[in-house]
Design a protein around this ligand. Structure first.
Ligand SMILES: [Zn+2]
Length: 112
């Protein structure tokens, strides 16, 4: 029995009619018994048809624009990472501060 991973990896070849005759029966067997893969395949077919129908409307971005977009995505990712680090160290500071305050309260309680 073919596993989902393999079945998914064969889907593009299947759609192109390029799946080898040895694999085809196993693949179709798997599809008929696996609703998840069947759904994935019909999604793939739908997306491919959409793409084919709209081929003339698809605009290929110039290289410079692509690079600019990728660069700003990267910059934004770095910014978010730094912010997450700041929040994390802020939290640690807060926890240490709370611990110190608690300790101070406990120590004061003991002195009485
Ligand atoms: Zn499957």
């Amino acid at each position: 029995m073919m596993r989902c991973e393999e079945s998914i990896s064969l889907m593009p070849a299947y759609l192109e009619g390029e799946l080898s005759p040895e694999k085809l029966p196993d693949f179709e067997d798997h599809l008929s018994s696996c609703p998840s893969c069947k759904g994935k395949l019909s999604d793939l077919i739908r997306n491919r048809n959409l793409l084919l129908e709209n081929r003339d409307k698809i605009w290929i971005a110039p290289r410079a624009l692509k690079e600019n977009v990728l660069k700003s995505v990267h910059r934004e990712k770095e910014r978010l990472k730094k912010r997450a680090e700041r929040i994390r160290s802020g939290l640690i500071g807060l926890i240490i501060g709370a611990g110190a305050a608690l300790l101070a309260i406990l120590l004061r309680g003991r002195r009485k």
